[in-house]
Design a binder for this molecule. Sequence first.
Ligand SMILES: Cc1cc2nc3c(=O)[nH]c(=O)nc-3n(C[C@H](O)[C@H](O)[C@H](O)COP(=O)(O)O)c2cc1C
Length: 343
Amino acid sequence: MDIEDKIMTLEQAVAWHGKLKAEGRKLVATNGVFDLLHRGHAEYLAKAAQAGDALLVAINSDESVRRIKGPSRPIVTEGDRAYLLACMSFVDAVVIFAEDTATNTLAAVRPEIYAKGGDYTEETLVREEYFVMKEFVEKFVFIPFVAGRSTTSTIRKVNGGAMGESAEATDSGLNPKLNLLYGRRSVRQYQKRPVGDDLVQELLKAAMAAPSACCKDPWHFIVLKKEETRRQVAALLKNGGFLADAPMGFVVCGDLTKAHGGELSYLLQDCSAATENLLLAAHGLSLGGCWLGVHPRLERVEGIRRLLDLPDTMIPVAAVAIGWPAQDLKIRTRFRKDAVTER
Ligand SMILES: Cc1cc2nc3c(=O)[nH]c(=O)nc-3n(C[C@H](O)[C@H](O)[C@H](O)COP(=O)(O)O)c2cc1C
């Protein structure tokens, strides 16, 4: 098939699938943005294609990407993204869709197999999309992503560490060696995409690499896995309502019986260092997060303690919302000369 012929309207894709079916061939479909095509995309699609007899890739239109990922995306236009995908030997058809999700496209084409990245499971696929697809999909396949390959990390590399406009990164005069630090911003809007358990473990390892007084490590991390628990914690936090919309979160606590000298101040410092590590690690992994204040607000401390059934010696210090960023924040420092004295 000619490359251009692989780029189909929805009607053409439906008719094409009809022919495949008549020949007894099974169609695999997947969807995504596929901006700045990279090796991770190629390996993912090659594996998806192996799950059936032909592969259809549904891609978000430029307008749809802007709505989901912010005004600076996509980098590559929909026509070019479609063409590049169509150039791949294992891609048989590409359809561009204008909605936020591919549900309507998939419901029209009715593929037998649906492929999605390995950070999803059948349980974590967006429910309304899952129930629509259950009607016709015979098999769901989840393909692990290739580590270290992502469009976000490429953009960050090109921008010298920033997620935003490249001019911002280069004009800022910040040392690119510290991009991990300067690029960490409080991200409060998230994509509807789960955070895999492997990443959660990575975040916990990073948190527990923080300095701690006399290495007492009094911290204890509650992973907010359940949506319902995140919603309940969010309801207790005056400025943390958005935790309810985050795909994951933590409550960072400190055990007073383990703190250096049994002192609250050490516990708070240790837990704060761990919380900052969590946020830096999230940024380093292309996730976004926000610190949500708990301590010393008594109603929040006690509310969380009651909700999570914590003993009196366990002190909730902070909550953290984590997710894949749906906003693009600029690299920066809040450096002020008057915050410094020399003696
Ligand atoms: C102790 C502490 C409590 C915070 N509590 C909240 C909060 O409850 N809600 C929120 O949206 N941000 C919270 N933040 C995030 C700050 O608002 C944010 O770090 C600050 O505005 C600077 O922005 P940046 O993180 O993007 O550099 C908190 C930060 C700290 C250190």
